[in-house]
Design a binder for this molecule. Structure first.
Ligand code: C2O
Ligand code: CU
Ligand code: CU
Length: 494
């Protein structure tokens, strides 16, 4: 492998070396790419054998566009972090904070107890380390990790602090699923940034940005702009992670071929679901298969952000200011490279995901209203002056908002105000039983931990992990600017 092709420059490359087994097959620059840059995967740390994993949150410089580096941060490298492959059982994690400020590291999608969850209460001071033991007892899935330090989450993620986790039981071959990292099994972190003319990343802190969340005009996949994914003439698996602060993608393939959803955040579905469009809001993950056995190159596209365009609060005003991406835009070019090994050439008929019936008459019900504007005024006046709230109260580290009984299932009714909000629950999985008064969208059929609430969603949430009041679980909007400014609550499970 060519060193300079490693993700994000020499500083990162030096730190990665041994772990980087990605990109083992095929020529460095296949002719199918026609001279364009090949999309690289994050380096892979396979902890399924070693049972241990070490990460350092650090700052650095990264050339995101053109030759001009911009200050960034990442784990073990200058932007983003390695993909961690974990298997059921115990993994000794070590997180070293080499940032100039406190951070935390949250395992979004791992079902672990509150003490190991890495929420806002598990602060790692600069120079310190945190070493939780992660005991994984959940189906295979795609999860991710990112900072969760109260009031600085949006900024730290924007700097580049985020990485992907594969929970793997090593049985994907038996499932008939593509499983070769970076060859037919692609890990894709979707993000957007604003880069100025000199390639410097900017973060706007105006009221408008706070209201909608920070979006940018440059689309990054694994920290790269305009790179092309090379895949075999076969079925390819895309593990999509929306790591953006606020942007909602409506993904589709330019020539109209379907995306076959095989896994939602909580693991595999019982069978693939064919979708013409997949909406992915911040924090959500989806695994889709795309059939490229016809050898044609395609483009993964996105429709306009449903929170930003004409539907957005300031839609009209933004249009006048000409800041709206009011049309579809390319997310990733996919080129078929016939020199890569074609392993899987047919879709699996069934998968081993299970969706047990959770509904029953005597479930405890809770309601959460994700509040902006008038609904949040109470919070603004009473609490910390934060503009957003849940049920009229802005987040408070010292206040527990709900106490859930361990081992139970509850019915949570979540309502959005003014915008669509991606609602996320820590330490638990849920099924979506209704959306906006109707049946859930097909893409929300599986186990999830984050769901885009358009108006109202009804969830059945299963609580199997404990969280005491010293280290409660969070529930929040995953538009990070909303989360940081009050649209978050916390709950215990005991
Ligand atoms: Cu991905 Cu509470 O976060
Ligand atoms: Cu989470
Ligand atoms: Cu929100």
């Amino acid at each position: 492998m060519n060193r300079q092709e490693l993700l994000l420059g020499t500083a990162g490359a030096a730190a990665l070396s041994a772990a980087s087994l990605f990109y083992a097959g095929g020529a460095a620059q296949p002719p199918a790419l026609q001279g364009r840059r090949r999309l690289l995967m994050p380096p892979l740390i396979d902890a399924t054998e070693t049972g241990r994993c070490s990460l350092t949150a650090q700052t650095g410089m990264t050339a995101l566009r053109g030759g001009q580096p911009t200050p960034t941060a990442g784990y073990n490298q200058s932007f983003l972090g390695p993909t961690l492959r974990l298997s059921p059982g115990s993994t000794a994690m070590r997180l070293h904070n080499a940032l100039p400020e406190p951070t935390t590291t949250h395992w979004h999608g791992l079902l672990v107890p509150g003490e190991s969850d890495g929420g806002p209460h598990q602060v790692i001071a600069p120079g310190d380390a945190w070493a939780p033991e992660l005991v994984i007892d959940q189906p295979p899935c795609t999860a991710w990790y990112h900072p969760h330090i109260h009031r600085r989450t949006a900024l730290q993620v924007h700097w580049g602090l985020a990485g992907v986790i594969h929970v793997s039981d090593g049985r994907d071959d038996a499932r008939g699923l593509p499983s070769r990292y970076g060859i037919d099994d692609l890990t894709l972190v979707l993000q957007d940034r604003s880069l100025d003319a000199s390639g410097r990343m900017t973060y706007d802190t105006s009221m408008m940005t706070l209201m909608h969340g920070a979006t940018g005009e440059d689309i990054l996949v694994n920290g790269q702009i305009g790179a092309v994914a090379a895949v075999p003439k076969a079925i390819a698996r895309l593990r999509l992670v929306n790591g953006s602060n606020a942007r909602i993608y409506s993904l589709f393939v330019d020539d109209g071929r379907p995306l076959h959803l095989v896994a939602s955040e909580g693991g595999f579905l019982p069978a693939p679901t064919s979708l013409s469009e997949l909406v992915l809001s911040p924090g959500e993950r989806a695994e889709v298969l795309i059939d490229l056995t016809d050898g044609r190159n395609v483009q993964l596209m996105s429709g306009p952000d449903t929170n930003q365009g004409p539907n957005g609060m300031f839609g009209r005003m933004q249009r006048v200011l000409n800041r709206v991406i009011d049309r579809s835009f390319p997310v990733l070019s996919v080129a078929v490279d016939e020199t890569l090994p074609a392993r899987i050439t047919a879709l699996p008929e069934a998968l081993d995901g299970s969706l047990p019936e959770l509904a029953s008459d005597n479930l405890a019900t809770r309601r959460f209203s994700l509040d902006m504007g008038p609904q949040a005024m109470m919070g603004m006046m009473n609490d910390n002056g934060d503009p957003f709230a849940i049920n009229g109260r802005a987040f408070d580290m010292r206040r527990i908002d709900a106490a859930v009984k361990l081992g139970t299932t509850e019915r949570w009714v979540v309502e959005s105000t003014m915008l669509q909000h991606p609602f996320h629950v820590h330490g638990a999985s849920f099924q979506v039983v209704s959306e906006d008064g109707g049946r859930p969208r097909p893409q929300n059929a599986g186990w999830k931990d984050t769901v885009l609430v358009r108006q109202r969603a009804e969830l059945l949430v299963r609580f199997k992990q404990p969280a005491p009041k010293e280290s409660p679980f969070m529930l929040h909007c995953h538009i990070l600017e909303h989360e940081d400014s009050g649209m978050m609550g916390q709950f215990t499970v005991s």
